[in-house]
Design a binder for this molecule. Sequence first.
Ligand code: SF4
Length: 460
Amino acid sequence: MPLGLLAIGSNLDPARFDVRIIDARIEADPLDAVLKAAEGALCFGVTMLTGRPLGDALAMLRAVKRANPALTTVAGGWHPSLFPVETLDEPSIDITVAGQGERTFAEIMDRLADGAGVDGIAGVTFRGAAGQAVRNPARRLEGLDVFAPPNFELIPVERYFEFKGRRQLDYIGSIGCNFRCAFCADPFVYGRDWKATSASRLGAEIEALWRRYRFTDLNFQDETYFTHRQRVADICEEFLRRGLDFTWAGTMRADQGVRLPDEIWRLCVRSGLRRVLVGVETGSHEMMRRIRKDTTIDAILETAAKCRQHDLAVIFSFIVGFPEETEEQVEATLGLIKTLRAMSPKFETPLFYYKPYPGSALAAAVADQTPRTLDDWATFDYVAGPAGTWVPPHLYRRIERFKFYNKYAAGPGTTGESAKGWGPGRLLRRAARWRIDHDVYAAPVEKFLVQHLRPEPSLS
Ligand code: SF4
């Protein structure tokens, strides 16, 4: 669900503004929907995520600006937060917003409605009279209780349930993160700060939403949901006290899992916890230190053991292709993936390729190799790097084959990715297990056949 846009839209005065949220992922003809809504509008805002989604945002912005040259356009989200000045190189963008956007966007809208400029609004960068970028002071992160709660009536919630195939509501109960991982843009954008909705208010909001939408699962999309253990416990108590009947999922660091007392683990499970997402990133001790993850492989295994003990599903996410990562370090990552996958059929281990998010400490090391323009950021090859050097072709091949066989070897996971229920599934699983156990990935005929028979949709 488009939670960022929802947070922004819910904090505009409804007596003054008519808010329309358009999500291209669920619109039959998103461009047409945007162009119709933009006619006579006061402002067009877009959220921009580094990578291929940038290309979609640019296409919309350019079409809207072409059709409505006088309409003010605002870009927020991750990419403009990292590049508030450079994003203004794009002529179809008038204003960028960096960091938390609720109050910033509300102030922009009030000024536009009054026919005033945006100078002085914290968090905003805009074009001055001479066309130069003017950057206002940064905005400090505020606790979420000062804002209006997300008004889910602004989006077609039932359509999202249909799209997901389950009555699962997404929600953000906190923003930011206190940690300092060197590959992550969060410390740069939020200054290692963390702010949250109080447990009592969150309990009341979730109860109202549950009574309204009768969702069966609640998915906390916070960067680090388990930041404060007492708050986590208080929220569980809120769910139980209010008699709310759903399962829930949240994000957790491995060290937080280690520190979480047993009674809170049990309370979480009693209140419906079904799955956690743990960013592991690497199986190499040396790389763990370099990326400043500030946790250990022992902590990951300990948290995994606790999750298995409580019969919880876990998504352990990994990254390969860090700058100067050696093949031994990649192998250590693949080894840890195998270990975790073998611990429980409810553990999944998605593996991603490193993205050089600007502002992060690691990206500074490859700054001369990263794109300069928005269009380049949108089309950049994040796997191969500028000269095919980041993940060389032979390693890419090995990783992709490993990912394929690892997915099918462990059987059904928690997200429906499995060979179960598919005719030749059992045979495929047996072959995949043999390959993973023996580390043999040559002549991947099974991979070729599956991808030929069941091609996966390409993601924007
Ligand atoms: S990777 Fe996760 S824990 Fe590390 S800084 Fe980013 S949000 Fe925080």
